[in-house]
Design a protein around this ligand. Structure first.
Ligand SMILES: Cc1cc2nc3c(=O)[nH]c(=O)nc-3n(C[C@H](O)[C@H](O)[C@H](O)COP(=O)(O)OP(=O)(O)OC[C@H]3O[C@@H](n4cnc5c(N)ncnc54)[C@H](O)[C@@H]3O)c2cc1C
Length: 517
């Protein structure tokens, strides 16, 4: 690795005189996202006294998919997934840069953890549905998706609420607006606690007689870190974090599902300051195709595998790629922009396209409201025209090139054979019936998946590969799992890693020997 950036250098120590208050507990969990909520609940269930510290004013959740391999719901539906093949897909997508023992730990424990979540959901009257997403495709999704009643609760708030409520029942001492700023490590010894700041900025120390569990999420909101650790180009594209904060769904449930400004890689930094090893760069970004103007809602109509052209009016890709690959293609286009173009047949065609999980416009539709089209035409975000020439003029792309592109595309669609990019015949639709519509799509990143190296027990490792005693990591602050790309054909894997490893880290932390001062 090259020279250290500022954020990698430990700031001066906080003196004991500056610590205004001290609390003792068994386990400290840092962060209250899906990994932190699971870790705190699991540790407290196992009999430990737990203090959980959250930087923001609420818990953090977003998205809606949760992967499992052989849950009771999947068994009821007769769904069979080849676990070894799935592990292979994760390792291969990571270019074998993950640690297979860590990946195996996820694969071996995700179903048990899902059963624990399903029991809790049943008790709380929360429906959990499968979304097998088995469309005919050249990139078949593994049928792993479980959704915790997104229609009723909005996004992941069903799951997050449930974990939070159970944590309260078991008396997890959860404190909001309390950012942790330092891990307390005695020399090369164990991590014995943390220093946090209260709302007035005063330092408070929390001693952990058993262990500290880092669950601070990713570093997507720290552009310097993205530039240093993520692959080239990601730091140039928008992050969905600031865009999604004002999302309508933020008003539902326990928190804003897109309230991610706190995700500045604090856990990565604090870990490195005490000697933890971080995954070798480049880290992978969870990329996502998005209509950037839609500020808060997923305008799925534009995200369908219609004809896409770049700002030169040229087609450049198979529009039906999994979104991670689609974004890699988008990022190669001028200004990271594509026009998505559809025609008046969209109401019949869109549900039949059966796009990948949250792009899907067929039932169950959590994420699409037909009245949005009229609104966005009104707002100027969707352009409409009666002819292809008029549409080209509005899009400001070269008219002849665009017309030639549409003609060739229509011919291939009629022949059901994409000679240029091999799109599946079921998703080749013609552009022939006015009105014609156009809207811009761009690549953004959701989270960055690279973190502190861990072993299969979720213990954080130092740069020599030795365990840092008393320190665990789960969720996006932890590494040793992903490599170059996120495997988008396993939707919900990142949530599943967060709650599976959150649970294991919480249980392992609670089982640690007690160290009294
Ligand atoms: C829009 C969007 C949609 C997504 N959809 C999906 C999906 O459908 N399926 C899927 O698998 N994944 C999805 N993801 C990714 C997924 O949400 C995350 O990978 C996962 O939630 C990570 O959980 P976590 O607990 O590790 O981190 P987070 O949920 O980010 O939680 C970390 C918490 O730590 C807190 N924190 C940070 N620093 C400190 C500090 N110093 N002190 C105290 N607290 C601190 C933060 O405030 C935050 O609450 C999506 C992501 C986004 C942005």
């Amino acid at each position: 690795m090259n020279d250290k950036a500022n954020f990698e250098v430990c700031p001066p120590p906080i003196s004991t005189e500056d610590i205004k208050e001290t609390f003792d507990t068994d386990v400290v969990v840092i962060g209250a996202g899906i990994a932190g909520l699971t870790a705190a609940l699991s540790a407290v269930e196992a009999g430990a006294k737990v203090i959980q510290l959250e930087k923001g004013p609420c818990c953090n959740f977003r998205g809606l998919h949760n992967a499992a391999i052989a849950s009771r719901l999947q068994k009821q539906e007769g769904i069979k997934i080849d676990k070894e093949q799935l592990i292979y897909t994760i390792m291969e997508t990571a270019s074998y840069r993950g640690n297979q023992k860590v990946v195996n730990t996820w694969a071996e424990n995700c179903d048990r953890t899902m059963e624990w979540l399903l029991d809790m959901a049943e008790a709380a009257n929360i429906d959990v549905a499968l979304d097998p997403s088995t469309k005919p495709w050249y990139f078949p999704n593994y049928p792993v998706i479980h959704v915790f009643d997104a229609s009723r609760f909005g996004w992941q708030s069903g799951l997050a609420n449930m974990l939070l409520d159970n944590g309260k029942r078991y008396e997890v001492d959860l404190r909001f607006n309390t950012p942790v700023v330092r891990l307390v490590r005695e020399g090369n010894g164990r991590v014995a606690g943390v220093i946090a700041q209260d709302e007035a900025g005063k330092y408070i120390q929390f001693n952990a007689s058993k262990a500290v569990v880092l669950c601070t999420g990713d570093y997507g909101s720290d552009r310097q870190m993205v530039k240093k650790y993520c692959w080239e180009g990601v730091s140039e594209i928008p992050s969905l974090y600031p865009i999604m904060t004002d999302m309508a769904y933020a008003k539902q449930g326990i928190s804003g599902p897109f309230n991610n400004e706190p995700n500045t890689g604090d856990g990565h930094k604090m870990g490195m300051w005490i000697g933890a090893a971080i995954d070798n760069p480049p880290h992978c970004a969870m990329l996502f195709d998005y209509t950037i103007w839609s500020k808060g809602k997923l305008f799925n109509l534009a995200r369908q595998p219609w004809l896409y052209v770049n700002l030169k009016g040229e087609r450049f890709m198979n529009e039906d790629l999994p979104w991670g690959y689609e974004c890699s293609q988008l990022m190669q286009q001028p200004r990271n922009i594509a026009w998505s173009i559809w025609d008046a047949k969209w109401e019949q065609e869109a549900p039949e396209l059966k796009s990948q999980c949250c792009k899907n416009m067929g039932p169950p539709t959590y994420l699409w409201n037909p009245k949005w089209l009229g609104e966005e035409i009104e707002n100027g975000n969707v352009l409409t025209a009666h002819t292809i020439k008029e549409l080209a003029q509005l899009m400001q792309v070269p008219i002849k090139t665009f017309k030639d592109t549409v003609d060739r595309y229509n011919e291939m669609a009629r022949n059901k054979k994409d000679l240029d990019f091999g799109k599946h015949p079921d998703r080749l639709t013609t552009l022939e019936r006015p009105l014609f519509f156009a809207s811009q799509v761009t690549a953004v990143y959701l989270v960055i998946l690279g973190g502190l190296q861990i072993n299969p027990e979720l213990q954080v490792l130092d740069t020599e590969g030795n365990v840092i005693p008393g320190l665990y990591a789960a969720g996006n602050v932890s590494g040793s799992f992903f490599g170059d790309h996120y495997p988008t054909t396993i939707p919900g894997l990142s949530h599943s890693r967060a709650w599976t490893f959150g649970r294991l880290a919480g249980l392992n932390a609670a089982a640690e020997k007690t160290h009294r001062k």
